[in-house]
Structures are given as structure tokens and as C-alpha cells.
Ligand binder design. Structure first.
Ligand SMILES: [Zn+2]
Ligand SMILES: [Zn+2]
Length: 1007
């Protein structure tokens, strides 16, 4: 060939190669060129869900970010104009918690002493730092994004858009403040919403287990006995609940659930206890002043644990709180925000709920109210951010009622294409069961809720920063950004009475921040495009993102496709859908790809403390990005992925087949002479069709967003390319056959294009090795291959021929005959299509003749399937087994009959083995049988083949070039092989073969 190709080392150094390509892309501005090339083309809208800029990216993030990049690259190759805006989540509890840790602050009081302005500054610094870290990691992973124009959810623009949403929600009457019991993190000092609760871990924890007496009034010497695992809730007790239709028994002055077969002094239905008054466990505590403790009726009393009498503290339990509404019970909240017992709640005031345990138990014991105390280990919810066990508190939180939006969201979900499709139902389940959205957090660095309640009863909700500026009566000049503490100093005039009102101190749920993105980042309702108009407030200086105009929003909304992990069903997928359905009644996305969790290669969760965690940087360095991407794409997204160095090593090994195929081409092309390509041979035409088949399969898999099929199709193609086309064409390459070289190069180039989105670096590298001078400089600037014609008949024939050859090799393996031993005959049954390729089968399996027809050389061996037949036959089993072993059985109705018993197909194990002198293999309806009888001619040929193999190994060891000619000297004992001198010369590029008696082994010398 006229062109010289850069030569390749025996194995790729993935990391080094990837760094080179990254630098080259930067230098060439390849991504910019691609975007320019596609500008104005048909649009394909992708919206990136934000990653929290709070820590480095983890390998689990790399999975999702790979999938995003794969499909964006695919669509780009197809010429689609796209948006590549990356998003960072920047505020809320998770950022605060990390900053608290780094500053050594451990409570809300610590933060307030540190100062909110300083604290906000630290939060912003952390976000800026980790946004940079993640950007670098993502680039290294190969992700192509518009890195200087990221959206940051804490920008004033984003916040202002959320305010608009909240105002819309208020106008519909959905916004309310709820006095309700909620899971509460005492360390973070805030309530935990329903979706946050799911994100937290349940841990096995040990808690006290107490049985406590509640003496009944007016019934001397009788007491109720209750069971509790939370002693700190006892000072907030207001009632005891019984199940009205359950039976309770009195024994030794104690009322408990009656158990069958036990003796009691008296037994009554729960109903009869209802209304009785009792002395509360901490009646002397000031908080208990005026509380009348009585027995209430509750159908939900759990009877299989405790005493069947439930201690009710509506200020410290969710069900208790619900019950308080039914019975008009008082609500006493015994702990403050940080989980410490409040003043007035008995002997443990000022202590944490943990510290309070012993004090309360001792106090009960002293007053002879303690019946029994021990401990219990149970699964208990913990805070998803900091791991602290949660408690219940009744607090005022802000909620968005979701009843009216539920059905529209369900209807919208029915139009979304989910991959894998069963996640659609998961989303439905979430939507059917979702509770009202708790949007307030009693924290600092988050979305300031724009709610200004007035004493007159008016709730003022500000819908934008502009509206705030218009209505502000004070503090607007110092408002550097829409965050605490600055926002807290702004007052507005109440729209109803004109009085100055303050904002509530709460900040918002972070999912509001991320949920508004399909509106805020695309410029919904914005009359004029504002340059850098998105990078405002805290985001100023971190990004150059514009705020586009409404027309732009119309052309990019909704997203054609989004992709995030399965957890996002109740988080981001939910929040963007909620906000979009509320604002405009349309789904913000048409299609979703979602995926499961990442585990270590043994299927365990990765934990730093278990020593099995792999950081993204470490993986990128030692595996390389392409190998990681390959692993991610190979995984079925509907199942957890097992990720680690073992699987990565296996991928590297498999990628080597492709590498070797390219290297093979380069090595032969570089030594071949210039020449016109002659007629294509059938094998060339087959490879052309095979590439077309690959393109069709890959296109189909990309269109279905199903990456495992990409990998399966590509690997099957590379196997055909390497183990069929190249293997079968070695001689032609040796001879510098131009048609073979052209065909191989064409196949490689085309296949690299369709796999490039999956492994952009290796594909780019190899493509640049093979590309034509004057063509596009990058594989990503090439158009997606047009679908060409393919010869289906030929494809089917070769596929079947390959199956025959594979079976033939299996048969050979069972016979233990070496591969280089020529054999006389092969019989093939059930493979009519491969008849056209008889000579290929002969060569591949080294047989002299191939016969198509019935394989008679087999023997059926049938054995009992013991787990099934044992129980069925009992004592008869022995007789049946003996008959089968002796071959004394008949084939009937697809099953067998032996020793008078009919055995169905699954009750026996059937094996087809070769008769004496035959090796047989069977699979997929095909059977092949190899005649293993040897004769003198076959034995000599085996020796010739061994010799050729040995001489070629010697050539390699001597470092000879592919084109070097040699002289061979054989030992005297091998002189009978000279009969085949021409054959040998041909195979080892020898000009002469001679014998002399001087050596025991063959020798070669450069001619
Ligand atoms: Zn917490
Ligand atoms: Zn007012």
C-alpha cells in the first residue's frame, strides 16, 4: 500500500493513550468542531441531572456519566444538534454537613456562633473546589460537556425560578404549614422528608426495652403495664391505647394482653378499659400540668410485641400524633431541635435522648413504676447524611399538597419511555404513594423559602428576585445574593395590610433546586436572552452560563432523553416532573434510562471502611476510561453492577483481540507492495456484509438505549473478524493481497465508528492509525455509517459454518487428539447451509473429507435424573438405572421407556457420545462426528505440521522480519519429511531445505 501506517506495540497502554488523545482533542478543538458541524441540525435534547459538587466523583457516578456520554456521542455522530450543559447541585444539607465536618462544627449553635455569612462563604468555596475536581474527573472519563457553562443550582437565577414555582403552588392553594410528627435528625437539627428517609440506612441498634406501670386511678392496686424502647418519650405521655376487641387479663395487679391457657384474676375486653384514668409516669413534671391521662381505644394496637397496651406520646411519635387528632389529646414535644430534653420534662432535662435513658429508668425504678428493664436490638432508621439515629418530633413544616397533581403525574408517566421498561411501574408506585412534599428545612445554606407570613393572616409569597426588589421595604441594598444571612434582613410590605413582614427562617428541600432546572437553565418565560444571565448570585464567577430566552426553551423542552440512577425515581425524576406538571402540565422528559447500584466485584457494597472501595481517580488511572466505560456498558442496567479490577482485567484481555486485528493489518499493510485490488473473494464479500450487519445491530441497540447489546454485537463481530476472516485469509495477507487488505481496513474503520461512543479513546486512536490521509481528522467528525446492503444468505451460511467448526473443535478436544493431527473424515448433520463451505470446514478442522448427512457414529447414553426420579420410582429406581446403563431402553414419545417405566425428557440426562473410533459433539440442533482413526499418511502429515510450527517459532525467536527468507537444515531422522519440502518451504518462507546428520534438532539461517 502507498500509505504507511503507524505501527502498534503488542499491547495498548490505555492510560497513556487516553491522556494523549485528551491532549490532542484539546489542541485540535475537536469537540468544538463537532458542535459546529452539527449546529442547526435536527435537535436532540438531553438534560443533565446535577451532581452534588461536594466530594470527588465516585465510580458509581462514573457509570451514569458514561451512559450519558455514550448516547450524546452517538447522537452527535448522527448529526444531531445538542446541548451539553453539565449541572452542579450546590446547596442544602449535604453541602452544609461536609462543611461542618471540615470546620469541626457539630451543632446548629456552633454554626450560628461561627457566623452565617462566613459559613455561606465556606459552603461556596467547597462547591467551587469540588466542581473543579469533578470536571477534571469527567474530562478524564471522556465526557464531552460544555464545561465553562455549567449550571449551578445555587445561582440567584435558579432560586428566582423556584420562587416562581412556589408562588404558582400557593396560587393553587397547595402550600400549607403542617403541625406534624416527622422523623428528625437531632444532629442536623432538621426534619427528614419521606424521600430522604428512604435514602437513609436502617441500622441494627441496641435500645432499652422497658415495662412500666401506669397505676389506675380509683382502682387501688391495679395498673396498666406498657412497653417502650424510648424512655425519653415517657415524660410526654398523655394516654394509653388498647385494642377494643382484644382480651386483657389482670394478674398480680397488672393489666396486660391476655394469653390463652394462662390464669388471670380477671379478664375483660379492651373496650371495658377505655376511659379509665391513670397516673402518668411523670405527673410531677411541670410540662404535665393539667394533663388528664386516660385509656383510649385504637384498632391498630400491635398485639405480637409488648403488652398490648401502648404508651401514647403524640409529640414524639407519628402514629401517636395521628391518634391525638382522633381523640383530642394534648401534644407535648419533649425535645428541642438538637434532641435534648426540654425544661419541664422531668429528671432528664437538658440531656440528649441517649443520655436521658439511664436517668429516666433510675427514676422509674425509685418510684416503683419499673416492672422490668432490658435491651432490644432492632432495625432503626438513621439520618441519610450523618448516620445519626432519627427521632420523632412534632414540628411546623411547610408542605406542598400533592393530591391534585398525583393523577396528572401518573398520566404523564404513562407517556414516558422507560429503559428498562419495568421502572415505569416503579415510578407509578412512587407517585401513587407519595405523601405531601415537605419542602422546608430548618437550616442555613439552602434555597431561602420566599414565604412572608403576616399577623393579619396573609401569606405573602414572592415569585422572583425582581418582585422582591419591588416590594422590599428594607435591607435590599445589602442583599449580595439570595442566601442567608443577607436575605433575612430584607423585609417586604404585606400585600393585604401594608405592614412590614419578615421571611420565615427556613430554607428549601434540595430537590426543589434540581427540579426547576428544565425551566431555569433553558430560559422559560424569559423575554430576552441574557449573556451570563444564569451565573448569578453565588454562581457568579463559577460559570459563564447564559440565561436563554423563551424561544430557546420552546425548542429544547422537553428533554428527549435523561438518564440517572434508579434512586432518582423518588428524587430528581419526581421533582422535575412535579414542577413541570405544576407549571405547564407537560412532562419534562420523553425517555429515561435508569440503572441500579454499583457493587464490588464480589457483589458487596463498596465501603471505605471495608477496604473494598475504589475511587474514580484510582480506577481511571489503573483501568483506563475505556475499560471502565466498557464495563459499565456491558452491565444490564436493571441489575446491580459488579465492578472491580478482576472484571476490568477481563475486559482488557478481550479488547486485545481488536487491538491485535488492527496491529495485524498494520504489520502486513506496511510490508506489502503497491498493487491494484483484484476481484473480491467470497470471504471478502462476507466480511463486507458482516460489517453491515454490525452497523445495523449497533444502530438498533443505540436507538433502544440498550448498551449490553452494543457490547455483545461488537464482541461477536470482532470474534468473526479475527477468528474467521483474518485466520482464513492469512495466506493472502502474507502474499500482500490488496483486496484482502482493503477489505480488512474498511471493516475495521467502519466498526470503530460504531463502537466509538462506548470507548472513545481507543476508537479514536486506532481510527487515526488507519484513517485515509485527507479524510476527517477525528473519528467523531465522521458521519454515522449509512446502512449498506448485505447478503443475508452468505451471513447465515458462514454463521452456520462457524458453528460446525466450533463443534468440530469440541469433538476433537474430547478425543484428546492434538489440533495438528490431520484426520480422515467429518460427518455433519443438521447444517445444510454450511455445505457451500465444505473446503473451509476441511481446512479449519484438518480433515480430508466432509460428509453431510446422518451421524450414525453416536451412541445415546441415558442416566436417571435422581432428584426427580428417586422420589417417583422409589425402590424401582435401581432396576431402571441398571436398564438404562445397559442400553436396554426404547425411545417413546420424546421420552424413554426402561424396565417397564415411562420416563419423560426431564427425568433423564441424555448424552450423545461417539462410538469407538469417533468423536462427537452436539449443540443447537447440529451434530458433528470426527473419524479418529489414524493411518501412516496422517501421521506423517502431523509431523510436517509440527515441524512447520517449530520453524515458525524459531523465526520469531530469531527476530526475523515477516519478509526474511531462510535456509532450513533438518536432522537425518526427519529426512522422510523432505517428500513435503514444497509445502514446508511455502509455510516458513524457506528457499532451501536440506538434511545433514550433524544435529538432533532442525536449524534455520537467514538466506
Ligand atoms: Zn443528620
Ligand atoms: Zn398583613
Amino acid at each position: 500500500m502507498a500509505q504507511t501506517f503507524p505501527s502498534l506495540p503488542p499491547v495498548p497502554d490505555h492510560s497513556a493513550l487516553e491522556r494523549e488523545i485528551l491532549a490532542w482533542w484539546d489542541e485540535q478543538g475537536t469537540f468544538d468542531k463537532l458542535r459546529e458541524q452539527n449546529r442547526g441540525g435536527e435537535r436532540w435534547s438531553f438534560i443533565d441531572g446535577p451532581i452534588t459538587a461536594n466530594n470527588p466523583m465516585g465510580v458509581h457516578h462514573a457509570w451514569g456519566r458514561t451512559l450519558k456520554d455514550v448516547f450524546q456521542r452517538y447522537k452527535a455522530l448522527r448529526g444531531f444538534d445538542q446541548r451539553y450543559q453539565n449541572g452542579f447541585d450546590c446547596q442544602g444539607l449535604w453541602v452544609e454537613v461536609e462543611v461542618e465536618k471540615s470546620l469541626g462544627l457539630n451543632s446548629k449553635r456552633d454554626i450560628e456562633e461561627y457566623g452565617l455569612a462566613e459559613f455561606a462563604a465556606r459552603c461556596k468555596e467547597r462547591v467551587a473546589e469540588y466542581a473543579d475536581v469533578i470536571t477534571e474527573q469527567d474530562r478524564r472519563l471522556g465526557r464531552w460537556m460544555d464545561w465553562d457553562n455549567d449550571y449551578h443550582t445555587f445561582s440567584d437565577t435558579n432560586i428566582s425560578y423556584i420562587w416562581g414555582f412556589l408562588k404558582a403552588v400557593h396560587e393553587r392553594g397547595w402550600l400549607y404549614t403542617g403541625h406534624r410528627a416527622t422523623e428528625w435528625c437531632p444532629r442536623c437539627g432538621t426534619s427528614i422528608s419521606q424521600h430522604e428517609l428512604y435514602a437513609g440506612e436502617y441500622k441494627e441498634l441496641e435500645h432499652p426495652s422497658l415495662y412500666v406501670r401506669f397505676p389506675l386511678k380509683e382502682r387501688e392496686d391495679e395498673a396498666l403495664v406498657v412497653w417502650t424502647t424510648t424512655p425519653w418519650t415517657l415524660p410526654a405521655n398523655v394516654a394509653a391505647a388498647v385494642k377494643p376487641d382484644a382480651e386483657y387479663g389482670l394478674r398480680e395487679g397488672q393489666w396486660r394482653l391476655a394469653h390463652e391457657g394462662e390464669d388471670y384474676d380477671r379478664k375483660v375486653e379492651g373496650e371495658e378499659l377505655v376511659g379509665l384514668e391513670y397516673a402518668g409516669p411523670f405527673d410531677d413534671a411541670p410540662a404535665q400540668d393539667g394533663i388528664v391521662h386516660r385509656v383510649v381505644s385504637w384498632d391498630e394496637v400491635v398485639l405480637d410485641e409488648g403488652t398490648g397496651i401502648v404508651h401514647i406520646a403524640p409529640g414524639a411519635g407519628q402514629e401517636d400524633f395521628e391518634l391525638s387528632r382522633v381523640h383530642g389529646l394534648d401534644v407535648l414535644v419533649p425535645i428541642d431541635e438538637s434532641g435534648r430534653m426540654l425544661a419541664g420534662f422531668g429528671p432528664a432535662e437538658g440531656l440528649s435522648t441517649d443520655e436521658a435513658e439511664d436517668v429516666i429508668i433510675e427514676d422509674l425504678r425509685r418510684r416503683e413504676l419499673l416492672v422490668e428493664s432490658g435491651t432490644i436490638t432492632h432495625r432503626y432508621p438513621t439520618c441519610w447524611r450523618c448516620g445519626t439515629p432519627l427521632v420523632f418530633r412534632v414540628v411546623d413544616d411547610w408542605f406542598i399538597a400533592c393530591d391534585e397533581i398525583r393523577q396528572p403525574m401518573l398520566d404523564a408517566n404513562a407517556t414516558v419511555q422507560w429503559t428498562p421498561d419495568f421502572y415505569s411501574k416503579r415510578m407509578d408506585d412512587w407517585l401513587r404513594n407519595m405523601g405531601d412534599w415537605n419542602i422546608s428545612r430548618k437550616r442555613y445554606f439552602g434555597l431561602p423559602l420566599p414565604l412572608y407570613p403576616c399577623d393579619c393572616g396573609e401569606l405573602n409569597v414572592i415569585g422572583s428576585r425582581a418582585e422582591l426588589e419591588e416590594r422590599a421595604t428594607a435591607g435590599i441594598d445589602q442583599l449580595q445574593e439570595l442566601h442567608r444571612p443577607w436575605i433575612d434582613d430584607v423585609t417586604i410590605a404585606c400585600s393585604a395590610c401594608g405592614k412590614d413582614v419578615h421571611r420565615i427562617p427556613e430554607v428549601g428541600d434540595a430537590w426543589l433546586d434540581a427540579g426547576i432546572v428544565p425551566f431555569s437553565s433553558l430560559g422559560w418565560n424569559n423575554p430576552e436572552w441574557i449573556e451570563h444571565g444564569y451565573a448569578t448570585g453565588a454562581a457568579k464567577g463559577l460559570s459563564g452560563a447564559d440565561l436563554p430566552d423563551h424561544e430557546y426553551w420552546e425548542s429544547w423542552f422537553p428533554a428527549d432523553w435523561i438518564s440517572e440512577m434508579r434512586e432518582q425515581i423518588r428524587l430528581w425524576f419526581y421533582s422535575i416532573s412535579f414542577m413541570s406538571m405544576t407549571l405547564i402540565g407537560k412532562t419534562p422528559y420523553k425517555a429515561v434510562l435508569t440503572y441500579e447500584k454499583l457493587l464490588d466485584e464480589h457483589g458487596r457494597e463498596m465501603h471505605r471502611s471495608w477496604g473494598n472501595a475504589i475511587s474514580a481517580d484510582e480506577a481511571l488511572d489503573s483501568m483506563g476510561a475505556d475499560v471502565m466505560r466498557w464495563l459499565f456498558c456491558e452491565a444490564n442496567p436493571g441489575q446491580n453492577i459488579k465492578f472491580g479490577y478482576g472484571p476490568a482485567h477481563e475486559v482488557k484481555r478481550r479488547l486485545l483481540t481488536l487491538w491485535n486485528s488492527v496491529k495485524f493489518f498494520v504489520d502486513y499493510a506496511n510490508v506489502s507492495e503497491d498493487g491494484e485490488a483484484g476481484e473480491l473473494e467470497p470471504l471478502d464479500r462476507w466480511l463486507e456484509s458482516r460489517v453491515e450487519q454490525l452497523v445495523a445491530e449497533m444502530t438498533d441497540a443505540y436507538e433502544r438505549f440498550w448498551t449490553p447489546d452494543l457490547i455483545a454485537s461488537f464482541e461477536s463481530f470482532v470474534d468473526d473478524l479475527s477468528n474467521w476472516y483474518i485466520r482464513r485469509s492469512r495466506r493472502r495477507f502474507w502474499d500482500g493481497d490488496a483486496a484482502a487488505l482493503v477489505t480488512l481496513r474498511h471493516a475495521l474503520l467502519k466498526s470503530l465508528v460504531v463502537i466509538a461512543p462506548v470507548m472513545p479513546f481507543l476508537a479514536e486512536h486506532l481510527w487515526r492509525v488507519l484513517r485515509s490521509e485527507g479524510g476527517p481528522e477525528s473519528i467523531f467528525l465522521v458521519a454515522w455509517p449509512e446502512q449498506g446492503e448485505r447478503d443475508e444468505q452468505l451471513l447465515a451460511e458462514v454463521a452456520e459454518t462457524r458453528r460446525v467448526v466450533d463443534l468440530g473443535r469440541q469433538a476433537r478436544a474430547t478425543s484428546q487428539l492434538p489440533l495438528r493431527q490431520p484426520l480422515r473424515r467429518l460427518v455433519v448433520q443438521g447444517a445444510e447451509l454450511s455445505r457451500q463451505h465444505e473446503h473451509e470446514i476441511r481446512e479449519e478442522l484438518r480433515v480430508k473429507e466432509v460428509e453431510f448427512g446422518e451421524v450414525e457414529a453416536t451412541e445415546l447414553r441415558v442416566k436417571p435424573n435422581l432428584p426427580l426420579l428417586g422420589p417417583k420410582l422409589g425402590k424401582e429406581l435401581g432396576a431402571v438405572r441398571a436398564a438404562l446403563e445397559a442400553g436396554d431402553f426404547e425411545q417413546v414419545n420424546g421420552g424413554f421407556r426402561a424396565a417397564g417405566h415411562d420416563l419423560s425428557e426431564n427425568e433423564v440426562l441424555v448424552e450423545r457420545v461417539g462410538r469407538e473410533g469417533w468423536a462427537v459433539a452436539h449443540g443447537d440442533g447440529l451434530t458433528v462426528a470426527l473419524d479418529t482413526t489414524l493411518d501412516a499418511e496422517l501421521e506423517v502429515e502431523k509431523r510436517v505440521l509440527d515441524l512447520i510450527h517449530e520453524l515458525n517459532a524459531m523465526r520469531r525467536d530469531a527476530g526475523l522480519e515477516l519478509t526474511d527468507r531462510i535456509v532450513v537444515t533438518l536432522p537425518q531422522g526427519a529426512s522422510d519429511l523432505l517428500e513435503h519440502a514444497d509445502w514446508i518451504k511455502d509455510e516458513v518462507l524457506a528457499v532451501e531445505i536440506r538434511t545433514d546428520g550433524g544435529s538432533e534438532v532442525p536449524q534455520i539461517a537467514k538466506a
